[in-house]
Write a protein that binds this ligand. Structure first.
Ligand SMILES: O=c1[nH]cnc2c1ncn2[C@H]1C[C@H](O)[C@@H](CO)O1
Ligand SMILES: [Zn+2]
Length: 358
């Protein structure tokens, strides 16, 4: 079998469900926006700044990883800046061969220059629309859905949930909570999740990344999450062996086909996995959980969707069949309507992989 190269992976259609807008800025853009905003950076050399982010995020702790976002959030405080960052995000994902992406960010973190929450969302959605139009012109079409995140340590989740529902017909397709996990269980935001369920809206919850099974259990059984952001610690409920034995929670997650938004490089950086080769994605795929592959924060991990897949190809020997499986899993788990998901699977993903799989 011919080895699959990174360049080959860039060319095939990919679907991405877990990518943070404020974790994916171009270093050169941060430098320019910081100069305009008067924000001091660790360095103003774009290359060195890119390295600074990935090194600073490499601490083995989620809390310290999250500290690096101070520098990206600081330069995303005006409508033009938000719009530019979103536009460039769409272009960068499209150039990497991503045909469908859900990109998330926390509007409550972008109010320092007196924008309203609605203005923040409008700016980002406009940027995605502009970037997608430019990408289509360049021959790399992409569909982007926006997810609004509430910060789990704060108390604005109900407000952000209402904001998401208000913008559901203009680009926002779901809701999420993020931030430090230990000490901030998802049940703190139960009102917001109940509201979203009553509105027939979709949400994912960061759970099972820096904290284990209780967080996953709450996210699913108390909050009603459609998907798990990371969810990698579900392996704590699987007893190794031949065959491995699933506990009741792991069995529930697999039986209900609850999508896991796995982010290999990010997990290595925050200490949730020792290395890519040791990442539970290998086991979870073998057990046929609804596994998806994601970037989390392209800037902090110095990565892209194609690179994450290339790392998995190297570590686990995956071929096109497995890469197609991850891609279709992601597309099936997307928050856009069923018929639109199906169209992308049937008209874009399957024909491209069929040429490679034969
Ligand atoms: O992997 C993550 N876990 C928890 N929170 C995260 C992760 N990556 C980014 N965030 C936070 C920091 C961002 O400012 C926020 C919204 O995108 O979400
Ligand atoms: Zn995340």
């Amino acid at each position: 079998m011919v080895a699959i190269s990174y360049e080959d992976i860039v060319k095939v259609p990919k679907a991405l469900l877990h990518d943070h807008l404020d974790g994916g800025l171009r270093p050169a853009t941060i430098v320019e926006l910081a100069a305009e905003a008067g924000h001091e950076l660790p360095t103003t050399d774009p290359e060195a700044l890119g390295r600074w982010f990935s090194e600073a995020a490499n601490s083995g702790s989620l809390e310290r990883y999250l500290e690096t976002f101070a520098h990206t959030v600081a330069v995303m405080q005006t409508a033009p800046a938000l719009r530019r960052v979103a536009r460039e995000c769409a272009l960068d994902l499209a150039a990497d061969g991503v045909v469908y992406a859900e990109v998330r960010f926390a509007p409550e973190q972008h109010l320092e220059q007196n924008l309203t929450l609605d203005e923040v969302v409008d700016a980002v959605v406009t940027g995605f629309r502009e970037g997608s139009a430019l990408a289509a012109e360049a021959g790399t079409p992409i569909r982007i859905g926006t997810l609004l995140t509430a910060m789990r340590h704060a108390a604005r989740s109900q407000e952000i949930a209402e904001l998401a529902v208000r913008h559901r017909d203009t680009g926002v397709v779901g809701f999420d909570i993020a931030g430090a996990e230990a000490g901030f269980p998802p049940t703190r935001h139960l009102d917001a999740f109940e509201y979203l369920q009553r509105e027939n809206f979709h949400f994912t919850i960061h759970a099972g990344e820096a904290f284990g099974l209780p967080s996953i259990w709450q996210a699913i059984q108390w909050c009603g999450a459609d998907r798990l952001g990371h969810g990698v610690r579900i392996v704590d409920d699987i007893t190794p062996g031949n065959p491995p034995v699933l506990g009741r929670l792991a069995a529930y997650v697999r039986d209900k086909r609850i999508p896991l938004e796995l982010c290999p490089s990010s997990n290595v950086q925050t200490g949730a996995a020792a290395s890519i080769a040791d990442h539970p994605i290998g086991l979870l795929r073998d057990l046929r959980f609804r596994v998806t592959v994601n970037t989390d924060n392209r800037l902090m991990s110095g990565t892209s969707m194609s690179r994450e897949m290339a790392l998995l190809v190297d570590a686990f020997g995956y071929g096109w069949k497995e890469l197609q499986w991850f891609t279709i899993n992601a597309m099936k788990s997307a928050f856009i309507p069923f018929d639109e998901r199906l169209r992308i699977i049937d008209e874009v993903i399957k024909p491209a992989y069929a040429k490679l799989i034969g």
